[in-house]
Design a protein around this ligand. Structure first.
Ligand SMILES: [Zn+2]
Length: 201
């Protein structure tokens, strides 16, 4: 009784969602109520209710509605994409773009480059990024509650931790000098951020 909609009634082969069809599910415009299925073996196509297919896939332990690259991308693949983005945005060499490289210190990024980086990341990964979410430093630094004598206050450190869950700030927190804040913005930080966004997508 399981998977009957996903089984071809001609040859008994496995039906898969045909993403080439106009009724692709999980697309940008929102899920369509009908999905097109195509048989692996005999290539026959058939339309089914999305809800039926979702239920059967769920029973089979699979999920639908996620872009394939969102779920399938490894950290290494994300790093490669991020490298490409930073090479294009900053005009640096690819071998400079290591996970440990800091955007400002090592790669020479300036504040105005961040918007371009955000834009290129959005295009490369098909995700929405609030600049303030990826680079929260400016808002922190401009808030007197969070800054005192050139350092982040305890409140500021707590805010930083909350705003950068994809980054380990424990080392920085020991001596939270503002001048060291840019060192938190590394290539690896972007990779972690993108990974968390793709998982949540
Ligand atoms: Zn078939």
């Amino acid at each position: 009784m399981a998977n009957k909609k996903l089984q071809c009634n001609q040859c008994g082969g496995k039906m898969r969602i045909d993403s080439g069809g106009v009724t692709m599910i999980g697309g940008g415009a929102g899920p369509a109520p009908i999905v097109k299925l195509r048989c692996d073996k005999c290539d026959i196509t058939r339309f089914e209710q999305r809800s039926d297919i979702e239920r059967e896939l769920a029973e089979a332990g699979e999920t639908v509605g996620k872009k394939s690259h969102s779920t399938a991308m490894t950290q290494d693949q994300i790093l490669q994409e991020v490298q490409g983005v930073l090479v294009d945005a900053l005009g640096v060499d690819e071998d400079e773009v290591t996970p440990e490289a800091t955007l400002m210190g090592d790669l020479g990024a300036e504040s105005i480059d961040f918007l371009d980086i955000v834009f290129r990341l959005e295009k490369a990964f098909g995700i929405k990024i609030a600049r303030e979410e990826l680079f929260p430093a400016e808002t922190l630094m401009n808030n007197p509650e969070f800054v005192s004598n050139g350092k982040l206050t305890a409140k500021g450190v707590a805010e930083l931790k909350a705003k950068m869950p994809h980054t380990d700030v424990s080392e920085f927190a020991k001596n939270p000098e503002l001048s060291k804040l840019p060192d938190l913005f590394t290539v690896g930080m972007i990779v972690n951020y993108v990974e968390s966004k793709l998982k949540a997508a």
